[in-house]
Ligand binder design. Structure first.
Ligand code: FAD
Length: 352
């Protein structure tokens, strides 16, 4: 046993396997859980170990099967009345107990509101480190270390962080960054029902009532088409045009931070480092310059179209299609072309 592998009585070789904390809401798996399974599968294969999904909740039976089809070898299913709604105390206790007993080498958690609360608590409880908000994960094949990369210094550089002396290596991962796992209906795995040692006394803060947000928040992370507006819109009224354009394309409205800071649109529309990370099939950036913090949230989109009157705007470096021009001329022209195409298609349909 080399000293490098021993820390405060911890033998790093005792820790094996990759875990994903599979977040669900009201019995539905969140996309982030599928993204973590996709990434976790790659890491587990590189390490030659199994991928385990940890599922907490109440009456969540069907989800366990689903997680296997999405690539997990094993499911640790903890179904308990006290886990029906998320509480920091209960979830931290159950997962920390499992980590201490089973010793995984890496644990991945979504950087969601819940994940950001839960991750550091578990890390503190089991005595390890955590890298928050990772955008890339890799394995150092020489010594099995998890290389955890995240934006640092205001997004101006990417830092790769390792956890050399403690286990498990824990990361929260931004939603929308990693590719979702592929569904394979023939995949099989083992579902283990865990009975937790959990009583009401373990939960200090009780949830009295769950109140859902009154207004429907825009779901950028799940959208396949996003039309975003930036400072180039000139004022808040510009978002009426962006809304119309997004509606015509069947998409949702995003924005740059400049537009949010100007009070033209709510923060939940913001794309980027301090907004939402998105990976839609189509991203249309209108009057957005392409600052590094904006690109950090949308550069992985499948097809990027940029409309900007400055031909040197950095957004054109990542755009697959660039239109140099005033957005107030370009967008109405595109919408008119879509209408023309629609009427041609209708005419063809009628004459069939
Ligand atoms: P600008 O940079 O001002 O660009 C406006 C663009 O519109 C210009 O390229 C201009 O040529 C074009 N334009 C003007 N008029 C027209 C017209 N009529 N037609 C067509 N084009 C036109 N930013 C984010 O977006 N998301 C983030 O999450 C984020 N996080 C940040 C975190 C930190 C720590 C910091 C320091 C900054 C962050 N920013 C973020 C801010 C970022 O640095 C930029 O300031 C911001 O993205 C700029 O927004 P913009 O592109 O809309 O505005």
């Amino acid at each position: 046993m080399s000293n490098a592998k021993v820390n405060q009585g911890i033998n790093l070789d005792d820790y094996r396997g990759v875990w994903v904390i599979a977040e669900q809401r009201e019995g539905k798996v969140l996309n982030i859980a599928l993204e973590l399974l996709g990434e976790g599968r790659k890491l587990a294969d590189k390490l030659g170990v199994e991928l385990t999904a940890v599922l907490l909740g109440h009456n969540v039976g069907d989800i366990a099967e689903e997680l296997i089809k999405y690539g997990a070898n094993n499911i640790l299913k903890v179904d308990h009345k006290l886990l029906e709604v998320y509480t920091t105390d209960a979830y931290t206790k159950v997962i920390s107990d499992l980590v201490k007993e089973r010793k995984p080498e890496a644990v991945l958690i979504g950087a969601t509101t819940i994940g950001r609360d839960l991750g550091p608590r578990i890390a503190g409880r089991v005595g390890t480190g955590l890298t928050a908000d990772c955008t890339r994960l890799e394995i150092d094949e020489t010594d099995r270390k998890l290389l955890q990369t995240r934006p640092a210094f205001g997004g101006n550089l990417m830092a790769t962080i390792v956890c050399p002396k403690n286990r498990p290596q824990m990361s929260t991962v931004r939603p929308g960054v990693m590719e979702k796992a592929h569904y394979n209906e023939y995949r099989t795995g083992v579902i283990e029902d865990i009975t937790p040692t959990l009583t009401e006394k373990d939960i200090i803060a009780n949830v009295v009532k769950v109140v859902k947000a009154a207004k429907n928040k825009v779901s950028l992370a799940d959208a396949s088409i996003i039309v975003s507006g930036g400072r180039g819109l000139g004022d808040y009224k510009g978002f009426e045009l962006i809304q119309k354009f997004a509606g015509k394309l069947g998409g949702v409205v995003g924005s740059s931070r400049a537009a949010v800071d100007n009070g033209w649109i709510a923060h939940d529309h913001q794309v980027g480092q301090t907004g939402t990370t998105v990976r839609p099939k189509l991203y249309v950036a209108c009057g957005i310059s392409g600052a590094i913090q904006h690109l950090a949230g949308m550069a992985e989109s499948e097809c990027i179209v940029a409309i900007n009157k400055n031909p040197d705007a950095p957004i054109f470096d990542v755009a697959h299609y660039g239109i140099v021009g005033d957005l107030y001329d370009v967008i109405p022209a595109i919408m008119a072309a879509i209408d023309d195409a629609d009427s041609i298609l209708e005419a063809i349909e009628e004459n069939k």
